[in-house]
Design a protein around this ligand. Structure first.
Ligand code: SAH
Length: 396
């Protein structure tokens, strides 16, 4: 047995054998050698069967993240180049078909690279390294990206609190080239600014691309309310689709400023769009008091559930916004409603929306079930990769 290894407790090898990439602290019986944080360790069953090769995270409850289930595969710089290239190649058909210049190149566990997210915005690559294992391989990742995308700027947005669980500090740095403040991407024939400095996550919500297009059939000549608009993606699509008027609502001033710039970028009329900097929970109530009505409402809130402990309060939040949005919809109106919380299952989300309809005294039909775009795939052995769900409802 090599020096650095984790030997699992009896009966705890099942999930690794099912090729799930996480090994929890409770599954580890003992450690051989003296691995340091981020080192590559061998994973063995209690009776000495080799199972996987993984990154060791001593500070985290997820004690190791699997790099490979193939005993012959070495974890070295070439490994990262291979995985990144394979992930990007898998997406090329989609990129060409859809003519998109912004897409997720690497979706962490779902692309066999736990803790590593890489998004491409035109000629800028933004990466996020969440685990100590991923953090150790930064230079190999930069080298692989430079080889695959010559001339691209590489920026790191690892400014996320979960890094503290791995005893890593949040971090922002440009790793190659000169970072512009913003860059425009194209999706579905629509141009969108991505704020590379202050933008959320890596800059944009690429996962909602198909769902932004899903608004198009319902908007011609209609009044649209886009709640949690961020930089106004759904609203920009709606105006392109012939909406009479769009109201974009967000608490972030810089996001709304970029939403306004997106109108100019797409030759759209500023007079057809309002920007409201307000809390959506309060705004929906205010509009009800004022008797405001809409034909189409989009509800795309941030992640309300970050642990099982706050699932209940998150459910109340989801129900509240859905209930109050439904009250503002005209008969026949359309609601596009989303949850990006991985811990909120589709069936529970649908039940909450049904509860909201009951309380609103409205009937509704589900016209479509929505999910994350194909550049955010789900590894079949890692169901946690599925997090975004949405419904298109038509109110009676
Ligand atoms: N629909 C967007 C992404 C939305 S992300 C798109 O397609 O790109 C969620 C947004 O909700 C963020 O911009 C955040 O600033 C905003 N937000 C969070 N809490 C809010 C609240 N209570 N009221 C209004 N906006 C809120």
């Amino acid at each position: 047995m090599p020096r650095n290894a984790l030997v699992l407790a009896e009966g705890r090898e099942k999930s690794v054998k099912r090729r799930h990439p996480w090994i929890f602290a409770g599954a580890v019986h003992h450690i051989k050698g003296k691995p340091k944080a981020g080192d590559t360790v061998e994973i063995y069953s209690h009776d000495g069967v080799w199972l996987a090769r993984a990154a060791y995270s001593p500070a985290s409850q997820i004690r190791a993240r699997v790099w490979t289930f193939d005993e012959k595969e070495k974890v070295d710089a070439a490994f990262f180049a291979r995985r990144i290239t394979a992930a990007d190649e898998r997406r090329q058909g989609m990129v060409e078909r859809e003519g998109i210049s912004g897409y997720r190149v690497v979706a962490a566990e779902s692309d066999g690279l736990p803790g590593i997210t890489i998004d491409r915005y035109d000629n800028v690559l933004v990466c996020q390294l969440l685990s100590i294992g991923a953090d150790q391989w930064r230079q190999a990742i930069v080298d692989a990206l430079t080889a695959r995308f010559p001339g691209c700027v590489i920026h790191e947005r690892s400014d996320v609190e979960v890094r503290r669980k791995e005893e890593l500090q949040p971090l922002v740095q440009t790793l190659a080239g000169t970072l512009p403040e913003k860059v425009a991407i194209t999706e579905n024939g629509i141009k969108l600014w991505v704020d590379l400095i202050q933008g959320h996550k890596t800059g944009y919500y690429l996962d909602q691309r198909d769902n932004r297009a899903a608004v198009l059939p319902y908007v011609a000549g209609k009044e649209v309310l886009n709640c949690f608009s961020y930089t106004g993606g759904f609203g920009t699509y709606a105006l392109k689709g012939g909406a009479k008027h769009v109201t974009q609502v967000d608490v972030s001033e810089s996001a709304l400023a970029l939403a306004a710039d997106n109108l100019t970028l797409n030759d759209l009329e500023a007079s057809q769009c309002d920007f409201v900097k307000e809390d959506v929970f309060a705004l929906l109530r205010r509009y009800a008091e004022e008797g405001r009505q809409f034909d189409v409402i989009v509800l795309d809130p941030p992640k309300f559930v970050d642990s099982k402990a706050n699932l209940k309060s998150a459910c109340r939040g989801y129900k509240d916004i859905n209930l109050h949005a439904m009250k503002l919809l005209r008969p026949g109106g359309i609601l596009l409603t989303f949850s990006c919380s991985g811990l909120m299952e589709q069936s529970l989300f649908q039940k909450l929306v049904a509860d909201a309809a009951l309380d609103a005294g409205r009937d509704a039909q589900i016209l479509r079930f929505l999910s994350q775009a194909a550049d955010h795939p789900v590894n079949i052995h890692y169901p946690e990769g599925l997090y975004l769900k949405g419904l298109v409802l038509q109110m009676d």
